[in-house]
Design a protein around this ligand. Sequence first.
Ligand SMILES: [Zn+2]
Length: 71
Amino acid sequence: MKNAQCKKCLDKFFEKEIYTIQQFQYREEPPYKWSLQYFKKAGIGEWDSFCEKCLLEYSKESLESWKKSQI
Ligand SMILES: [Zn+2]
């Protein structure tokens, strides 16, 4: 049963296809602490569920924002 919902696109997914921003702990940059702050401002917490596509978008957005903040 597809009973997990992506908070961004609101589509339904299988539990195993759902991701959280905790994935970003494994990025080299930005630091996870920075990512948490960044998403907190957008109203997103560590336990919110997203599909792979939406998480990838957030990944790109946050990295771009991090780069800009480093100039
Ligand atoms: Zn989604």
